[in-house]
Design a binder for this molecule. Structure first.
Ligand code: SIN
Length: 296
């Protein structure tokens, strides 16, 4: 029997050339804390460029102690692209581009409580999302992110060759369609199961990041039920393996929220998971999502 060596994981490479912000690495595989930027202000182009570089280097970046009005969060997000209005989840009445991610003390389910990328079923899925913590439990409600570059790069050459050229089917159906659970029980998602949420989109399984040129695995939990020209049953073993590969502990980081924290993640090369372990407590976040481009 041939025994393959386990993956060697080194801390991710990153740029040292920041003048406007301070970038402190958060875990070996991804994540950095950014200091020196008040996101409620109209930041100059050089600072925004450094924040963008930090996002590309670290995949998810965290800012502490921010004080954002909805307008300020939207203005910050617009510096990175046009904004995405969720096609299945209603935004705030006054700010349709902001999703309120709210879990009340007696809600059972939370929003985002499984590994996924945001709305990957769109033909042009988001560049990233910016999540702002307004109210958090004393403990619990952490969010995890994973590095899907590492997930791809640590596969064997034989596996990478086998996956090359495969196409994934992405769809909102299992989360937002008629097959989804009863959303009306919870405050986390303000929409009923939607009969129109059954469309499908094709994206490459191995995606090349449009800015870094690096390749990553592009699977997205319940948004990716099968491969093109294959049944769900046939696809399941390989999808399960790929999701496990994407979310292996050494490829992840976990953020413990405090009120005023902001997380900005690159949705093109990460997955994330909002833990649902704070029953009896409220958690309220505002999410703004920046549009991206068609995966290749
Ligand atoms: C999400 O999936 O966008 C929600 C993340 C969170 O609430 O931590």
């Amino acid at each position: 029997m041939t025994v393959l060596a386990g993956p060697k994981i080194s801390p991710q490479a990153h740029s040292e050339n920041f003048e406007r912000i301070r970038v402190k690495r958060y875990s070996a595989s991804l994540g950095a804390i950014i200091e020196g930027a008040d996101l409620s202000q109209d930041l100059d182009d050089a600072t925004i460029a450094e924040i963008r570089q930090a996002l590309l280097d670290h995949l998810v970046i965290f800012f502490r102690g921010q004080d954002f009005s909805p307008e300020q969060q939207l203005a910050f997000a617009r510096r990175f692209g046009t904004l995405n209005q969720h096609d299945q989840v209603k935004g705030l009445d006054a700010y349709p581009d902001i999703i309120e991610v709210r879990k009340e003390p007696d809600d059972e389910r939370n929003f985002g409580g499984a590994w996924h990328g945001d709305v990957t079923y769109l033909s042009e899925p988001p560049l990233g999302s910016i999540l702002y913590a307004l109210e958090v439990p004393e403990v619990g409600g952490d969010t995890l992110w994973s590095n899907c570059y590492l997930a791809f790069e640590t596969l064997s050459s034989g596996m990478r060759a086998m996956l090359d050229g495969m196409t994934m089917i992405h769809t909102p159906a299992k989360i937002y369609g008629a097959l989804s659970q009863d959303w009306s029980k919870d405050s986390s998602v303000k929409s009923a199961p939607n009969a129109t949420a059954h469309y499908e989109t094709e994206h490459p399984l191995i995606r090349t990041h449009p800015e870094t040129g690096r390749k990553c695995l592009y699977v997205s939990g319940a948004f990716t039920p099968r491969f093109k020209d294959m049944t769900e049953e046939e696809s399941a073993p390989l999808i399960d393996f790929l999701m496990d590969q994407c979310t292996r502990e050494p490829f992840t980081c976990r953020w413990r929220w405090e009120k005023g924290d902001v997380a900005f993640w690159d949705n093109r090369c990460t997955l994330h998971y909002a833990l649902n372990d704070y029953s009896g407590h409220r958690r309220v976040m505002h999410r703004v999502t920046v549009n991206g481009d068609r995966p290749f």
